[in-house]
Every structure is written in structure tokens, then in C-alpha cells.
Write a protein that binds this ligand. Structure first.
Ligand code: ADP
Ligand code: MG
Length: 250
């Protein structure tokens, strides 16, 4: 589905991503791991249109998407989660979901018959959809809570929820598990698996927690010093000498 080939991203003379190629298969939950500074976030940002590559190419279903801005990728169903922006923290959890650009309440609403009361109807349908998303993520009890009052892990679930308000195809998650307690991490993991299995979402996730990666991801791609070191199943990766050396060497 997504192929990033020979991507370079240089900052001045520094090669943050140094000729890395990554393939994310349709329907997979692909893991991206590697020591700090390996270039994981940078290549994510290149794929998600946040950064323009110095060179290299990114395609989605065969179409060249290199350098397209995030909002265009968003319309194609390629999403990268972002931390809940400061200005949204005083809005409720439900309102945060209803605000997602391009959120669609459902096909029926496009029917001309509904035009007259379209706005009110759309708002009600958006609210229903937001409530469904919250239920799916098991945070429906937080619907009326201000987003700013959520714990770190609950915010991560809300970020994931934002991808469910639109027709996402592939979702990039950068360290969703960072600083999240074990229980909430499992909830996030379950939500990812369900979105993958029940809604056909493809995922690519950067994560440090190897148990989390091993449970969810196949394949796992390992980066170090801007390059791809290895790719395979989690247990194979852990046995790979180059991978072990990359981790122990930092
Ligand atoms: P990772 O996510 O694997 O920890 P990053 O992709 O964030 O690594 O960063 C890779 C390297 O690129 C790091 O050494 C980082 O300091 C550097 N880097 C990242 N972004 C920038 C930037 N905007 N300007 C200069 N250097 C950067
Ligand atoms: Mg990073």
C-alpha cells in the first residue's frame, strides 16, 4: 500500500534518514523500531507529508504522493496522529471528535431529502458518530470531560479516535505508548487490533515497548542511523546480530 523508496532527509549536512526504504503492506500492522535518533520519526513525517524528503519517493497504491501536504494525504486516508492541540484542550472529548476536518456523519445525510434541516441533522449525526467512536475505544464515560483533563493514555485514545471520524486507510502512530500505564496501553493495543481486523485499517507504528510491538506487529522494521537494518517477525528481529549490536551500541 505504502512504499517509501530510497528516502533521504538531510538537515544541513546531517543525514537523519539516509537512503531508507520501507514498505507497508495493505492490512498489516507494521512496527518501526530502533534506537533514539535512528530517523524513525523523520521518515514518518516524510511519508505523512509533514517534511519534504531531500530525495526519494513515496507511493500509495501506486500513486506518487511524495511531498503532498498532510491535508491532501488526509483526504486519501493517510493519517498521522497529532497530539491534541493546546487550543482544543478546553473543549470536551466529544467536541474534539466532532471537530475533525472532513468527518462524515454518514451517506444518508447527502440525500437531498434532508437538505432543509441539514445542519442540525449533520450535527446530531456527527455527535452519534463521535459517541460510537468513544464507545469503541471504551472511553464513552469521558465524552463530556475537557480534553485537557485526560491522562496521557486517554489522550492517546482520543488521538486514535480522531482517525475513526474519517475514512482512514492507513494510520501512522508515533510512540502512542510512551508514558502510558500498562492497562491503558493494553486498551490502546486492543483498539488498534480491532480497527485492523474489523475496519481494515493498516497501521504503521513506532514504539519502544518491545512486548507491545511483538504482540501487535508483523512485520517489524528496524532502523538505525537513518538506514533500515532489518525487517521480519518480532522474534526473528530480536535474534538478529546487527539489531542487537545497534541497540547495545547506544
Ligand atoms: P527517532 O524518532 O528515531 O528517535 P528522529 O527521526 O526524531 O529519530 O531524529 C533522527 C535524527 O535527526 C536525530 O539525530 C535528530 O536529532 C535529527 N533531527 C530530527 N529532526 C531534526 C531537525 N528538524 N533539524 C535537525 N536535526 C533533526
Ligand atoms: Mg521519534
Amino acid at each position: 500500500m505504502i512504499i517509501a523508496s530510497e528516502v533521504h532527509k538531510h538537515f544541513g549536512g546531517f543525514r537523519a534518514v539516509d537512503g531508507a526504504s520501507i514498505e507497508i503492506a495493505d492490512g498489516s500492522i507494521t512496527g518501526l523500531i530502533g534506537p533514539n535518533g535512528a530517523g524513525k520519526s523523520t521518515i514518518f513525517n516524510v511519508i505523512a507529508g509533514v517534511l519534504k524528503p531531500t530525495s526519494g519517493k513515496v507511493t500509495m497504491d501506486g500513486e506518487d504522493i511524495t511531498g503532498l501536504p498532510p491535508h491532501e494525504l488526509f483526504h486519501k486516508g493517510l493519517l498521522r496522529t497529532f497530539q491534541i492541540a493546546h487550543e482544543f484542550s478546553s473543549m470536551t472529548v466529544r467536541e474534539n471528535l466532532m471537530m475533525v476536518p472532513g468527518a462524515q456523519a454518514g451517506e444518508n445525510l447527502l440525500n437531498a431529502w434532508f437538505r432543509r434541516s441539514q445542519i442540525a441533522t449533520e450535527e446530531a449525526a456527527l455527535k452519534r458518530k463521535a459517541d460510537e467512536v468513544l464507545e469503541f475505544l471504551t472511553i464513552d464515560h469521558l465524552a463530556d470531560e475537557k480534553a485537557g483533563n485526560l491522562s496521557g493514555g486517554q489522550k492517546k485514545l482520543l488521538e486514535l479516535g480522531r482517525t475513526m471520524m474519517v475514512d482512514a486507510k492507513v494510520v501512522f502512530l508515533d510512540e502512542v505508548g510512551a508514558g502510558v500505564n500498562r492497562t491503558l496501553l493494553n486498551t490502546i493495543g486492543d483498539a488498534i487490533v480491532r480497527l485492523n481486523k474489523e475496519r481494515g485499517y493498516t497501521f504503521c507504528l513506532i514504539e519502544h515497548d518491545m512486548d507491545f510491538i511483538a504482540r501487535l506487529c508483523d512485520p517489524v522494521i528496524v532502523m538505525a542511523e537513518g538506514k533500515v537494518l532489518a525487517k521480519g517477525k518480532a522474534d526473528e528481529i530480536m535474534q538478529n546480530d546487527a539489531v542487537i549490536e545497534a541497540y547495545l551500541g547506544t
